[in-house]
Design a protein around this ligand. Structure first.
Ligand code: SAJ
Length: 426
């Protein structure tokens, strides 16, 4: 099948890099988004997110006419849905996935769908979501035969091809990562594979849609579990006065052991979310998955308790004036190293909680957030690395940005250091 035009719904962290990849392989790409600011930014050749290498490709493809953004659906050969799948806002113990954005994308695609089209769901989705896409589209377009079980030669092929790229390395990983291609039928998977082969240099592994949905959730749940193990170890080692990073380095010398790194908690919009999609679908059977989530969700509170203990230690040996002038400096606010993404960041949560309780005494160093309006209404004060080092009494290392590894470590032994990432804990 020939793909001359591809339309990508949702121009965020996944949709825009994917749209840029198709456009740079010579396909005409129409990006569709609900946000007018995003549409204007892209049509002017710029981007609204930070992803190394993306700005150059977008600007080239906009100039050569291969990529444009709009909020109105237009005809295309293939449609890719890359919209968010958040939780419903309920008080349920296990959060429930919200497929509203996928349904809205289907409503729009249905307006321009035609015989021979391919529709791909890339958004991380609970098991069964791709079948729902088939149901929605066939109800909206009864004149078309939409892919489904036992339907041979449908007018519209449908597949789930989950995105699996690491933020910060998306442009490389889009090309070099293997793809899981879950067709509603084997024929749908084949058609979808031929689309991704336009730019993916690694293998495309074909399977059914439900297995592909579960595979993506499984990858992130597995990482969550491994991080939970590292986080639990860090708490145990703190009680036993053992350096957890040295311990992990030693244990990892075993040929079959590969423990991940502890941190202040798990952030981002993937690993902290996707395991709940499994737990929501099979609550009784997902014991370990739920427990790992709880361990990782509790870690920021443990760090806060550590900081409060440090404040008490400082206060026990200080004058009333020194207590009043105590300054806590938090290093890093993003959800992980060397990115500008604050979504679900445990570092930001910890800094905000401290700033609420110690008004005027909390400072933050974050070299990667240059857009100051993003953190303009915070109760903490932003300072440079050097200022932070000069003014602080308690230093809390929350994100292992390269800048923090490269710059001078804090040498003054009268200061208290809480290093949640192990880069200063020598
Ligand atoms: N983290 C640790 N210790 C570690 C590794 C990570 O505390 O050893 C923390 C990070 O600091 C961060 C969080 O976990 O707060 C998540 O970071 P990450 O680098 O593990 O993952 P993400 O969320 O940036 O991207 C993940 C990736 N999934 C896997 O590696 C299995 C990526 O490939 C997915 O495409 C992405 O989720 C997604 O979009 O689903």
């Amino acid at each position: 099948m020939k793909f001359e035009t591809v339309s990508v719904y949702g121009l965020g962290y996944i949709g825009l890099p994917t749209a840029a990849m198709f456009a740079s392989s010579g396909v005409n790409v129409i990006g569709v988004d609900v946000n007018n600011d995003i549409i204007e930014t892209i049509n002017s050749g710029s981007i609204h997110i930070i992803e190394p290498g993306l700005d150059k490709i977008v600007s080239e493809c906009v100039v050569n006419g291969k990529l444009r953004a709009t909020h109105t659906p237009e005809e295309a050969d293939a449609f890719i849905i890359a919209v968010p799948t958040p939780f419903k806002s309920t008080d349920a113990q296990i959060p429930e996935p919200d497929l509203t954005y996928i349904e809205q994308a289907c409503n729009n695609i249905a307006k321009v769908l035609k015989v021979g089209n391919l529709v791909i769901l890339e958004s991380t989705s609970p098991v069964g979501a791709t079948e729902k896409v088939c149901d929605w589209l066939s109800k909206l377009r009864p004149d078309l035969v939409v892919a489904g079980e036992n339907i041979t030669n449908p007018d519209v092929n449908i597949a789930h091809c989950p995105e699996r790229v690491l933020p910060g390395k998306a442009m490389d990983e889009l090309i070099t990562n293997g793809r899981i291609i879950g067709g509603i039928t084997p024929q749908c998977a084949k058609v979808a594979t031929s689309l991704y082969q336009l730019f993916v240099q690694a293998s495309c592994f074909e399977t059914d849609a439900r297995t592909a949905e579960m595979a993506k959730l499984t990858e992130n749940a597995s990482r969550d579990l491994q991080i939970a193990f590292a986080n639990e170890l860090s708490i145990i080692c703190d009680e036993l006065d053992i350096n957890v990073w040295k311990l992990i380095k030693l244990a990892n010398k075993h040929p079959r052991v590969n423990i991940l790194q502890p941190g202040p908690g798990v952030g981002g919009h993937c690993i902290a979310v996707d395991p709940w999609f499994i737990a929501n679908a099979a609550p009784a059977a997902s014991k370990l998955i739920k427990l790992a989530r709880t361990v990782n969700e509790d870690k920021p509170e443990w760090v806060i308790k550590k900081i409060k203990n440090a404040i008490n230690t400082f206060s026990a040996t200080s004058s009333d004036l020194d207590k009043k002038q105590l300054k806590i400096v938090c290093f890093g606010l993003t959800f992980k190293a060397n990115i500008d993404d604050l979504r679900e960041s445990p570092a930001l949560y910890i800094t905000r909680q401290m700033a609420k309780q110690y008004a005027g005494q909390v400072y933050a160093v974050e070299p990667n957030i240059t857009n100051h309006s993003l953190l303009s209404n915070e109760l903490f004060t932003r300072v440079s690395y050097d200022e932070g080092v000069d003014i602080g009494d308690i230093f809390v290392l929350l994100v292992d940005h390269d800048e923090f590894k490269e710059q001078r470590p804090i040498e003054d032994h009268t200061k208290i250091i809480i290093d949640t990432r192990g880069i200063w804990s020598k």
